[in-house]
Design a protein around this ligand. Structure first.
Ligand code: ZN
Length: 430
């Protein structure tokens, strides 16, 4: 249990700007219970620091940390998402419970050092080799607890090895026997989580990994339980073509036609989603999660972000393959990919004309909403999940409060993250 504490940093992000003189009071449950000019005298002064909400990583596959530096040789000519996937399956084939724990812990520790205080772990590697139990789920929960990062364990249903295709051997470790067996596992496993540190969400891997009828059944039950629901959608043109020829509609169209989309549905990637269905999805309240570094690394493509912005929507961000774990870099690449694509700057500006604020929202409030967490904001009732940035770091020198946010987003080094708190439990990083 963290002690009751009152913090005062030199500057505190209040939602629209950095302010001085702001005190943040945290209760023993690790929640913020007051923010403002509170006039408390017993205060922990965070000198030379700016306080921000902790970053929320809405989409991660922690074990893929094991691929870092691998899969960048192309002996057979140029590669693609699909050749990358073959090396990912090779890694999966060699992973046991200890290996999964080790890689997950490594990834989660790196995340926390990068200012990420909550992670949505899109978890499909459920079974040890040759077994059908879900004991690998425990390794992920233990790794998150050891790194003391807030975990939303997104339990993934995986059924087929491609559209109407049998599972290949690597994929058997992802698969469930059916929707019912999957919920049976969730019911057994969910209550074992410590709600102060870990909560549940549910996902369909993609329409490559299950058919529309099972998607409907899974989503209906998730909605009844009011759980966040995630799915990979239209990352690859190949996926769209296969789904269209098997089921007569594109993945996003199937989602819109068959499901009651609302704010609990988050579609991951939407790289090749056409504007009309993307805007219908967004208008229904659906959320989009982008993973700019992974999408660049895999050569996926650039999503139609102006379509979301037209409707006032902000995507959330994920470190996905964890080839690099840096939330400021995800933020800047969210913007840079659009600049390169459209040869224009400022495409993602908010009503005030600033870009950095929207990028911070993507890395905080939007992620928290996608994961169903009261987080991502320094506000009463929210988790005390915080980042303290070192204002004395050379990469932020000569950057007064008015331009600190764009300086941090576009030019801040990873080392600016000095300390983080999860539920009021602090860690020093450097
Ligand atoms: Zn993913």
């Amino acid at each position: 249990v963290p002690p009751r504490q009152t913090l005062e940093a030199d500057l505190t992000w209040t939602g629209t700007r950095f302010d001085s003189g702001i005190q943040v009071e945290i209760d023993t449950a690790g929640r913020i219970d007051a923010v403002g000019r509170l006039g408390r005298s017993e205060v922990r002064r965070l000198r030379g620091r700016a306080l921000l909400p902790g970053f929320v990583n809405a989409h991660s596959h922690a074990f893929q940390r094991g691929l870092r530096g691998r899969g960048e040789r192309y002996p057979n000519g140029s590669g693609s998402f699909w050749t990358w996937r073959a090396s990912m399956y090779e890694l999966v084939g060699n992973l046991d419970r200890d290996g999964l724990y080790r890689l997950s812990r490594q990834a989660f520790e790196e995340m926390r050092a990068a200012g990420i205080t909550a992670v949505g772990e899109f978890h499909y590697l459920h079974h040890p080799r040759g077994a059908a139990d879900f004991s690998l789920d425990e390794a992920v929960v233990e790794a998150a607890a050891a790194a003391d990062i807030r975990l939303v364990l997104i339990e993934v249903l995986y059924r087929t090895g491609g559209v109407r295709r049998a599972l290949d051997p690597a994929q058997r470790r992802f698969a469930s026997a059916g929707v019912e067996q999957f919920w049976h596992h969730v019911d057994r496993f969910g209550p074992a989580l410590d709600p102060q540190r870990a909560t549940l969400a549910v996902a369909a891997h993609s329409l490559r990994a299950l058919g529309p009828d099972e998607l409907v059944a899974l989503h209906r039950e998730a909605a009844r339980r009011e759980l966040p629901f995630h799915m990979h959608v239209e990352e690859q043109v190949g996926e769209i073509e296969e789904v269209r020829s098997a089921w007569g509609a594109e993945p996003m169209e199937l989602v819109l036609d068959r499901l009651e989309v609302d704010g609990r549905f988050t579609a991951i990637h939407c790289t090749h989603t056409r504007r009309e269905p993307l805007q219908r999805f967004t208008a229904a309240g659906g959320r989009v999660c982008l993973c700019p570094l992974t999408e660049a690394s895999l050569g996926d493509g650039v999503p139609d972000l102006p379509a979301l912005r037209q409707l006032g929507a902000v995507p959330c961000l994920g470190t996905d393959s964890n080839t690099r774990i840096a939330m400021t870099e995800e933020m800047r690449w969210l913007s840079y990919a659009q600049r390169l694509q459209y040869q224009r700057r400022g495409l993602l500006r908010d009503d005030d004309g600033t870009v950095a604020r929207g990028l911070l929202a993507a890395a905080t409030t939007a992620g928290a909403a996608a994961l169903g967490l009261p987080a991502g904001k320094i506000a009463t009732g929210h988790h005390a999940d915080l980042v303290a940035v070192d204002l004395g770091h050379p990469s932020l020198s000569d950057c007064p409060a008015e331009i600190l946010l764009p300086a941090l987003v576009f030019g801040g080094r990873d080392e600016v993250v000095a300390e983080t708190a999860v539920g009021g439990r602090w860690r020093e990083h450097r």
